[in-house]
Design a protein around this ligand. Structure first.
Ligand SMILES: [Zn+2]
Length: 302
């Protein structure tokens, strides 16, 4: 069982019972659910019991440096997790999606979701994000720790699409103003698959779970922005020091005016109460009509 227990002791917040009379600290024990036998039909209680027992078992964490192929993320051994340092999450979220109605604008609403999320996922794939997932009204991509400029180029490309295509197309089709907002954070994650390896002959009742800060922090950063803005954590910002990521191309509206300006605005987010960092940095600009493609390629080459 991999668990050291006292007889009838309480381990952590779990009630623990042991089989028979065994010495304290003996490495055999069954951790029980607190749900009483007559509280829930047995078959549902059994499911909970099993998961509580898995929780009480020892877990092994394997440290790796790169985001693995999804097929290589563990599902078989419930005690095994992978640990990956400094994973970067780019989170894109639709803004104002609740204004879209499945009743009055069903085709346009369906089209809006398809355009936004479909484009996000396909664009993330074209930028070779090692992991992509759809979540709620948006999607996220994960990048390895050394792909900070690739993740930035991906975010700015989606931002440019949302500004020039997504928002105007939905406004023209429905008269409704929607938008997009984007967040980026980086931090260590734990990952494994949770769910069923197979369920009623299907293998799709499982998904990767990314435990750690970057996905939730990137989503919260996105939620703090207005339409068209990208907000990144200070720990991500510290890693994009190159001039290509810090300064403009020197244009105004695609026309060179010769003056390169700082692209990022520093924000104090220490009073928000939802971040584990104190500063964030905001980017409003899009790819320049004249130099965007060149800058994008140059960022990818860094
Ligand atoms: Zn330019």
């Amino acid at each position: 069982m991999g668990l050291l227990v006292h007889d009838n002791a309480v381990l952590g917040h779990l009630a623990v019972a042991t089989i028979g009379s065994r010495a304290p600290y003996e490495e055999i024990g069954i951790v029980m659910t607190r749900i009483a036998a007559k509280q829930l039909p047995q078959k549902y209680r059994d499911v909970i019991e099993e998961q509580v027992a898995i929780f009480a078992r020892h877990r092994t964490i394997e440290k790796i440096n790169k985001i693995p192929d999804t097929a290589d993320i563990p599902i078989e051994d419930p005690s095994k997790w992978l640990r990956i340092p400094d994973v970067i999450c780019v989170y894109v979220d639709m803004l104002g999606s609740t204004r879209l109605s499945a009743v009055t604008h069903d085709r346009e609403t369906a089209g809006a979701y398809q355009l936004f999320t479909g484009c996000a996922v396909k664009l993330f794939a074209e930028f070779e994000a090692p992991y992509i997932d759809v979540r709620g009204d948006g999607a996220f991509a994960l990048f390895d720790s050394d792909q900070q400029y690739r993740s930035l180029a991906t975010a700015v490309s989606f931002k440019t699409f949302a500004h020039l295509d997504f928002v105007p197309l939905i406004r023209e089709a429905t008269g409704i103003d929607v938008g997009s907002h984007i967040g980026i954070d980086c931090s260590t994650v734990l990952v494994r698959k949770l769910g069923f390896k197979r369920y009623r002959g299907r293998s799709d009742r499982q998904n990767e779970v990314w435990a750690g800060k970057p996905v939730s922090m990137a989503a919260k950063l996105a939620s703090k922005t207005a339409d068209g803005e990208l907000l990144v954590s200070d720990r991500f910002f510290e890693r994009i020091t190159h001039d290509l990521a810090q300064l403009s191309c020197g244009c105004s509206g695609g026309i060179p005016i010769g003056k390169k300006v700082k692209l990022w605005e520093e924000l104090d987010v220490s009073n928000e109460g939802i971040f584990d960092f104190g500063k964030a940095f905001k980017l409003r600009s899009y790819w320049c009509e004249t130099h965007g493609a060149e800058y994008c390629s140059a960022l990818l080459a860094l």
